[in-house]
Design a protein around this ligand. Structure first.
Ligand code: ZN
Length: 684
């Protein structure tokens, strides 16, 4: 493992922090925490933690010892000084003199001793950091260390690699008891250079940020070397998982998404996003002959369990012949999974005193031999975290199996962690929004109306995907707005197919389609060329049909309804002079919206249109506005406000109309007018 310490980077961060009144030690603590946090083989998503013991002045001007420890909710990779709140060290050490302390009392005592009462809650491993008698303490869940710790004879291997340098502590759940035990062990081995927590991770320490970081890299490198020398077994592969045209990700993901969402018995209440992943390691893992054994033992380090559940679900496609088979098979496997989870809960809840409330029993990871893995979350962010953790589990277990036999904590210990109130508290920070977990696809998404709609839906929690034909704009949106944008020509079948394939791999399906892409062709109807008229129909009618048709078929497979919204423009209702070539296909699209409403209402798929007029956009651009205004002998503002309400209609107003229609659960076949009032374009 590469040591990434750079003295000039370290100096830079010390300098920039000192301008904010942050001391050198804390600044360097931030620096090496980020080095650790950005190494995926050491730390994943909130895992791992670091600390530094400093002196500081309290309110009375007294110099006191404090422990700066990673606060809950921060990631080491992008941590700032405020993510390492200061806790009075002596009080933490005093706590360890107690014989008993409940988890709630521990958290309360730690919060009570924060120097700044608005700081985040100190890590659940705070007391362990406090008891280690070094200035800097680094803790990671290194992949290589875990591949060794997740063995039956882990203690023996640790001894072989580190001799007497390592203090080995058998598995105990993090918290007060572990810190007490560590205190006891440390007294016996005061000269140890690293601490190993069996089935959990590694601690290194030192008097400087660099020495503690160097120790982490060196000790992990030793573990990596041991693994590469001792890889003696291969993961035997099942050979007959050949590529199949029926059970592709595009075909099965929406079915899985739908069954999971509709499966009430799992007590899962949120929307579902599926994230698909595959790569060489995932393939080696899911295609292993012993997949049913090594994947069903538990997570590689305990705190993954709150996000991944103790066990993944496995589905095997080799005996299925069509998608109906797949639906039946998946449902029956899901029932089995939920039954097993419930009995795991009941058995362990009995052991722990029947005082826990069952969480939902839906799987979070689905392994599919021959294909890869799906992760499940209530939004894309959480699904990605689950997928990242699943990949880490796969990498660690593969290595563990190659050097021996993967062995992790017992189901009872996993339960204790999954139902630990301090772990569950980590998940409860999200405030739910109106479109959480809904996948919204917007065509013509880089235009004024498209972008405004994308932003409004994103603010309300939706997973937004923009499709646009302009590659440069797509790149700009991706980089600037952090919105998924895909280059797609909506008049091309193959381009639409490939865009929806990407959408399904990222999100598992679609919920709301905003068919918005359009462009104006103008000319007197008796003079327009056939080609121009046909081109206008391609974009302003057939593209709407292609997008809607593709989306509706995905929605039918999901089997929980959906919503299609068309941007039809005022021209669909009220023809304008020379706008025939634009208005004709738009009128057909308005009819198309009603046709979908009529035929797909039975699937709870709603279809509505927005009839907007005079919005500043690619179609109605500045020079066009100038021309129209002067031809009518009015100012540009008067032209833009030329409606009954005398107000300019903004792209944001159209966005709001799309959102309102998306949220109107019993409205279908409707047209919503967004034009400031124009009686000749009013529907009757
Ligand atoms: Zn840990």
């Amino acid at each position: 493992m590469k040591n990434l310490w750079s003295q000039s980077e370290a100096n830079k961060i010390v300098k920039s922090n000192s301008k904010m009144g942050i001391g050198k030690e804390l600044a360097l603590r931030v620096y090496t925490s980020r080095l650790l946090g950005n190494n995926k083989k050491l730390v994943m998503h909130g895992g791992g933690n670091t600390s530094v013991k400093c002196k500081t002045k309290d309110y009375f001007g007294n110099l006191i010892d404090v422990l700066h420890i990673k606060g809950s909710g921060w990631d080491l990779g992008n941590i700032e000084a405020e993510g390492l709140p200061a806790v009075r060290l002596q009080e933490l050490l005093n706590l360890l003199k107690l014989d008993k302390l409940t988890d709630e009392e521990m958290v309360n005592a730690q919060r009570n001793n924060l120097l700044n009462s608005s700081s985040p809650t100190p890590s659940v491993e705070t007391l362990l950091h406090a008891i280690i008698p070094y200035k800097f303490v680094d803790h990671t869940h290194s992949d290589a260390i875990l591949s060794i710790l997740d063995q039956l004879n882990s203690q023996e291997i640790i001894k072989k690699i580190y001799g007497n340098d390592a203090l080995f502590i058998p598995y105990i759940m993090p918290g007060f008891i572990l810190a007490k035990k560590a205190k006891h062990y440390l007294k016996k081995h005061p000269k140890c250079k690293l601490i190993i927590l069996d089935k959990h991770g590694i601690f290194t320490f030192g008097e400087t940020a660099k020495s503690s970081y160097d120790a982490m890299i060196n000790f992990v490198t030793k573990a990596e070397r041991f693994i590469s020398i001792n890889k003696c077994k291969v993961i035997k592969q099942v050979k007959n998982y050949k590529k199949n045209d029926i059970f592709t990700v595009e075909n099965i993901a929406p079915i899985i998404r739908g069954i999971l969402k509709n499966f009430k018995a799992a007590d899962y209440k949120n929307n579902i996003i599926l994230n698909f992943r595959t790569n060489k390691n995932i393939f080696e893992y899911v295609n292993g002959e012993d997949l049913n054994i090594y994947s069903q033992k538990g997570t590689v380090t305990p705190d993954h369990v709150i996000r991944t559940k103790p066990l993944p679900m496995i589905i095997k496609l080799n005996n299925l012949s069509n998608l109906q088979n797949f639906k039946d098979y998946f449902l029956s496997e899901l029932r089995k999974y939920v039954r097993n989870y419930n009995s795991y809960f009941n058995n362990n809840n009995k052991i722990s005193g029947n005082n826990k409330v069952k969480l939902d029993s839906l799987p979070r990871v689905i392994l599919v031999p021959g294909l890869g893995l799906f992760s499940i979350g209530n939004n894309n962010k959480s699904a990605k975290i689950v997928a990242d953790l699943a990949e880490t589990n796969i990498n660690v277990i593969l290595d563990a199996e190659k050097i021996g036999n993967y062995k992790t904590i017992s189901k009872t210990n996993a339960f204790e962690m999954e139902y630990w109130s301090l772990e569950q508290a980590k998940l409860k920070r999200n405030i739910s929004k109106r479109f959480d977990g809904k996948v919204v696809v917007i065509t013509g998404g880089c235009g004024a109306i498209g972008l405004s709609t994308a932003n409004e839906f994103k603010k309300e929690g939706a997973e937004v995907v923009i499709l646009d034909v302009n590659k440069k704009k797509v790149e700009d949106v991706t980089n600037r707005l952090n919105i998924t944008a895909i280059v797609c020509n909506v008049t091309s079948k193959s381009s639409i197919k490939s865009a929806f394939k990407q959408i399904i791999e990222l999100y598992g399906g679609v919920d709301i389609i905003i068919s918005n892409a359009g462009a104006a062709w103008t000319g007197q109807i008796a003079e327009i060329s056939e080609k121009d008229l046909r081109d206008s129909f391609e974009l302003n009618f057939f593209a709407h049909q292609l997008v809607a048709k593709t989306a509706v078929n995905i929605m039918i497979n999901q089997n929980f309804g959906g919503c299609i919204l068309f941007n039809t423009s005022k021209q669909a209702i009220n023809p304008g002079n020379s706008f025939g070539p634009y208005g004709l296909p738009k009128a057909a699209t308005l009819f198309l919206s009603r046709q979908y409403a009529l035929e797909y209402g039975k699937y709870n798929i709603r279809s509505n249109a927005v009839n907007a007029d005079r919005i500043r956009s690619g179609i109605l651009n500045e020079s066009f506005i100038k021309k129209r205004a002067s031809s009518r002998g009015v100012s540009e503002n008067e032209y833009m406000q030329g409606n009954l309400l005398q107000k300019e209609v903004l792209a944001k107003d159209v966005a709001k109309a799309f959102m309102d229609l998306a949220d109107s659960k019993v409205t279908t076949g409707a047209v919503l007018t967004v034009d400031g009032g124009n009686i000749s374009a009013a529907l009757r």
